[in-house]
Design a protein around this ligand. Structure first.
Ligand SMILES: [Zn+2]
Length: 247
């Protein structure tokens, strides 16, 4: 059967001497793997369409196995991401995160919207660290591992000074703080931001500007929490950390 889909290349793997297997996240079919025959040959008509992050229209033939790319038209290549090592590193992390937290059988048009919008924001110069927090939050919701960030995980009080408990899975108020001696102390500002990130619709993101220390605090919480619950190791994450240590 012949399919025509709108999608974004979230992974590319060389196959044999001249082929590339691309993983697309599409609006119509969710995640799907497609073989682009001859894509690695010089002058192949698939060269640009099979680059990581390319957003476009893809036409492929598919029976039982892997689909075969017939045609492609790039609508955006997110040029400013490609030209910038840091932006590329963040975008690669989002793409890998999406790939590792989804399977080919579930159809999630909202996730297509999220990856497309996230790449657009990064391409337009919005802070990739902020986009990454939001995207990670969305992935945690998708996988059913999102922490409680609206109230105390134990007594459900929505008021007070919260700390963050990895073990209990979210905010703990002062009265319940004894439940986790390893809870992470967080500032009121960070607690507010976590709550905001939890509720925020990506399409309505304004110009969020965060202080370096705030981002550091949030990053520590997200990393510790995801290490504990997500159960996946991402190569792109390791690279991001190395970049961070250099800066
Ligand atoms: Zn409590």
């Amino acid at each position: 059967m012949l399919y025509k889909v709108e999608g974004i290349v979230i992974k590319t793997v060389p196959y044999g001497e001249s082929n590339t297997i691309i993983t697309l996240y599409t609006k119509e079919l969710g995640k799907i793997g497609v073989m682009a025959r001859g894509a690695k040959k010089p002058k192949s008509r698939f060269t640009s369409i099979t680059q990581l992050f390319t957003y476009g229209i893809f036409v492929f033939q598919k029976g039982r196995g892997l689909g075969t790319l017939q045609q492609g038209e790039a609508l955006s290549s997110f040029r400013k991401i490609r030209e910038d090592l840091v932006k590329t590193a963040y975008a690669a992390y989002l793409a890998e995160l999406l790939d590792r937290h989804t399977s080919e059988d579930d159809l999630r048009p909202d996730l297509f919207g999220w990856i497309k919008q996230s790449l657009e924001y990064i391409n337009h110069g919005i802070d990739p660290e902020v986009i990454t927090f939001l995207f990670e939050m969305k992935m945690m919701k998708t996988s059913g591992i999102v922490p409680e960030l609206t109230k105390c995980v134990s007594c459900h009080s929505a008021e007070g000074d919260f700390s963050f408990s990895i073990r209990e899975g979210g905010f703990l108020c002062e009265r319940c703080s004894y439940k986790d001696p390893y809870r992470i102390k967080i500032s009121k500002g960070s607690a507010k931001l976590l709550n905001m990130f939890y509720h925020l619709d990506l399409a309505r993101l304004g110009n969020v500007s965060l202080k370096k220390e705030t981002k550091k605090e949030l990053r520590m919480i997200f990393d510790a929490y995801m290490d504990e619950y997500s159960g996946v190791f991402l190569k792109s994450k390791k690279f991001l950390k190395q970049l961070d240590e250099l800066s």
